[in-house]
Structures are given as C-alpha cells and as structure tokens.
Design a protein around this ligand. Structure first.
Ligand SMILES: C[S@@+](CC[C@H](N)C(=O)[O-])C[C@H]1O[C@@H](n2cnc3c(N)ncnc32)[C@H](O)[C@@H]1O
Length: 222
C-alpha cells in the first residue's frame, strides 16, 4: 500500500545528489544511479547526475509523445533517464548516446531497468562524430536534455542534427536558461535551415514553470 505519494519536488528531502534515485512514470518505476563523487561542474562530469531537465523532458515524452513505430535517439544522455523513459513508450529503436566515458554508466542504468536501449558513443559535430552519425542512420525523433549550456557546441549539435534527421524527423530539446547563451541556439538553428519553435509552457511540469525552462521542437525545412 502506498503510504506517501511519490513526488519529484519533495520539500523535505533534497535527493538531487543521492546515489540512487527513483522516478515514477505512470505505472512504471525507474531507478537511476548517479555518481555524485565525481568533481562535477559545467565543464566536467555533468552527465553523472540526473539534471531536472532530464526529468522534465522524460515526463513530456511519457505524457505527450507517441513513439510507436518510431526510431529514437538521445544526445548527451548522461544517466540515460530520458532514453529509459522514452523506451517505455515502445519505440522501434531507442539509442542513448554520449561521450565514450559515459557508456558503462548509461549501460548500468539501462540494465537495471531491463530496458532495450542501445548505447553508442556520439560526439557532436566533429569528423569522428559525423562518421558515427552516418553509421547510426537517421531517426524519427531526437531528444536532448540540458545540452545547450555550452554555446561553443551549438554548431556541432546542429551538424549532428543535420545528419541524424530526415525531412519528417522532429527533435525535442529541453534546457534551463542559465545565462550562458543557450538562447542563441534558436538563431543559429534558423540560419542553418531548421524550423525551431518554443513549445507551450503548459507542457512543462507546474512545479518548474516559474523557472526559465524551455522546451523546443525542431524540424528541418530544407
Ligand atoms: C548537463 S549534462 C546532461 C545530461 C542528461 N542529458 C541530463 O539532462 O541529465 C550534458 C551531457 O552532454 C554530454 N556532452 C557534452 N559535450 C558533448 C559532446 N561534445 N558530444 C557529446 N556529448 C557531450 C555530457 O557528457 C553530458 O552527459
């Protein structure tokens, strides 16, 4: 019997750096390990924690996006929470990608949840990344949570999107504006031939709507 209803924003306990975290999506429980002992700041090891944006993007996908018969890939997956939540929506194929160092970490979380999610290295933009992207093929849905905080990477992310997307693909990115130039991504995406729209704030969980979170949908226009 459930004694206390699970809630993500618990005013009494901060679970953000606990080694094991529980997330609930409808009838599904997902447990994700974190590695908070790494030195973590915006320049290093960011993927070893689940960022709030990952939970927000996961709930958006779980509640609003139909992934049946779709191929789906996550960029900068870190813990792979978003990929695991997306896999609950029964896509044809789900791939979690990040830099090589995170593969074991993501695989552990995926195995813990008995999820059928492939894990691949994918570096944004560079020559090796482009080759990897081509080998991966194209995807119907591309996901990214909290990957726009390094504005120096925006061009690389767009190069990766260009390779992974076909004309009917859609990418959903969620980020918090931390004043690091995240918003410049929209201008750059327009310049590179993408259509990029901010989605209604009603699609972000109510507890987070007062914070500068943004949910983007991106398609290719040429
Ligand atoms: C802030 S973390 C977000 C992790 C996860 N998406 C979340 O929201 O919990 C950013 C992620 O992007 C990955 N990343 C950073 N630069 C990258 C690059 N050049 N190519 C691929 N992944 C990169 C990091 O390894 C990290 O996992």
């Amino acid at each position: 019997m459930e004694l206390v209803k699970w809630q993500y924003c618990n005013p009494y306990v901060d679970r953000s750096r606990e080694p094991n975290r529980l997330f609930i999506f409808g009838p599904h429980s997902v447990t994700v390990h974190q590695e908070p002992d790494h030195e973590i700041d915006l320049t290093q090891n960011t993927g070893y924690l689940v960022w709030d944006g990952a939970y927000l993007l996961s709930t958006f996908i779980f509640d609003h996006v139909d992934l049946r018969n779709k191929s789906c890939i996550e960029l900068g997956a870190g813990s792979a929470l978003v990929s695991i939540a997306a896999w609950l929506k029964k896509p044809l194929r789900m791939v979690a990608t990040d830099m090589a160092d995170y593969q074991g970490f993501a695989r552990k979380n995926i195995a813990e949840n008995h999820a059928d999610v492939e894990v691949c290295e994918l570096l944004w933009g560079d020559a090796r990344g482009r080759q990897n992207n081509r080998e991966l093929g194209q995807f119907d849905v591309i996901l990214g949570s909290e990957i726009l905080y390094l504005s120096s990477q925006h061009s690389n992310i767009l190069t990766t999107l260009d390779t992974l997307m076909h004309q009917r693909s859609v990418a959903y990115f969620l980020y918090k504006d931390r004043g690091l130039g995240e918003g410049k991504f929209m201008e750059k995406a327009h310049e590179r031939g993408f259509s990029i729209k901010e989605m209604p704030r009603a699609l972000i969980l109510p507890e987070f709507r007062s914070q500068p979170y943004h949910l983007l949908s991106i398609t290719k226009i040429k």
